[in-house]
Write a protein that binds this ligand. Structure first.
Ligand code: GMT
Length: 380
């Protein structure tokens, strides 16, 4: 099948999922066209069956805001016509589902009919999409999609609660390629980051408010009083400044390392002992799943889709949002005893296997086939 994928190309989870999905579809013989404003960070562009088409938005002084949706929908029209793309899969409702629908309508004028699958990722529903400024457009584009998927049951329920949705929503969880982690690093080089007697605790995110970065520092502050440890903070975003201030306040400068955005996530997770994700909101928590595939147990909040990913008392622990006291206690419990830590590490990996890419990709393929068949039947 010829599939057009629209996504955000940056370090965010939705872009990562879209890119990994497209790359795997390409290895299964599909022709995959990524259409976005920059090459997605994880895209191995020079691969068979993969194409990247950049959306350019020329600067024009009259515009206070450059019209990206317009440029994207025009590019989609051109690419569908040029490459004979049969189906669009847009990731993140804003503005991708809206632009995709406009492209469909423009193509219809030329008697070209193409279905659109929309995948909801989280903040497009719970944070941004729900805002009154966007809500009518988001509702409209979800209802006009030919198929809709969400990355967790929790996100599906949020969508049904917050919007007036007439369409079916199918849950297709995020996934991970567990094979990629096999024997990648036999020697994790822990000594790069910590002394032999220190545990390594990690947080990876885009450092936005929703991630509750100050809670990460608060949890670590408590853990390091009981267990010798280092904290690795990976990612960039607005909350880095306040996190650094808190590190200074707690006098933790020698124990907390801010690594910024990194392309070495595999290496970092390989030598991590515990992962912290105390988010305010998390539709799925791909970062937690990535940690688990590298045998890293997770201390998280119990919000959104996190209970569908992190299993209480098995792959880690979940607490109410903001309960840093309990999160620290559970973290200490996992770290303080070596055999217990090893068991949690094994369990984390076992949990990750439930979300293996090989189990999830066929779900998307069957949605594509079904959507295309229904769409063709309707268009006749
Ligand atoms: O919050 C992020 O880290 C980025 C955001 C995105 O859209 O890129 O992530 C959302 O989508 C991910 C992939 O489906 C989910 O794993 C994240 O849980 C979700 N983030 C939130 O719901 C806050």
């Amino acid at each position: 099948m010829k599939i057009g994928i629209v996504c955000y190309p940056t370090f965010g989870g939705s872009g990562v999922v879209a890119t990994e999905l497209g790359m795997r579809l390409a290895t299964r013989g599909h022709e995959v066209h990524f259409i976005t404003y920059k090459q997605p960070v994880r895209l191995e562009h020079l691969s068979k069956n993969i194409y990247f088409h950049e959306v350019n938005v020329p600067d024009y002084p009259l515009f206070h805001y450059q019209p990206y949706e317009l440029a994207l929908s025009s590019k989609l029209v051109d690419m569908v016509k040029l490459h004979g793309i049969e189906l669009l899969h847009v990731h993140y409702a804003i503005p991708h589902a809206y632009a995709g629908y406009m492209a469909k309508k423009m193509l219809e004028e030329e008697s070209i009919y193409i279905p659109m699958v929309t995948t909801l990722h989280g903040t497009d529903i719970t944070l941004v999409g729900n805002h009154p400024f966007y809500k009518p457009a988001v509702t409209f584009s979800i209802n006009k999609s030919d198929a809709v998927t969400s990355v967790s049951d929790s996100l599906k329920q949020d969508t049904l609660r917050l919007f007036d949705i007439k369409n079916e929503i199918e849950v297709v969880p995020n996934f991970i390629d567990n094979k990629k982690t096999k024997n990648v690093f036999t020697d994790c080089q822990r000594e790069l980051m910590a002394n032999e007697d220190e545990k390594i605790i990690t947080h990876i995110s885009n450092f936005r408010k929703v991630k509750r970065i100050d809670d990460v520092i608060d949890i670590f502050y408590r853990i390091q009083q009981k267990v010798k440890s280092k904290l690795l903070m990976v990612g960039e975003g607005p909350e880095v400044i306040s996190a650094k201030a808190l590190v200074n306040k707690y006098n933790l400068k020698d124990k907390v390392v801010f690594l910024g955005e990194s392309n070495e996530i595999e290496k970092i997770l390989c030598f991590s002992d515990l992962f912290l994700l105390p988010s305010q909101n998390e539709s799925f928590g791909l970062a937690a799943l990535e940690a688990m595939t590298y045998n890293v147990p997770v201390i998280s909040s119990n919000t959104g889709g996190l209970p569908e990913v992190n299993t209480q008392g098995f792959s880690g622990f979940l607490s109410d949002v903001g309960n840093v006291e309990e999160m620290a206690e559970k973290g200490i419990y996992i770290l303080e005893e070596e055999t217990r830590l090893e068991q949690f590490k094994k369990n984390a990996k076992e949990n990750a296997l439930k979300f293996d890419i090989e189990l999830i990709i066929p779900k998307y393929e069957s949605i594509y086939e079904r959507t295309l068949a229904n769409f063709k039947a309707k268009s006749l």
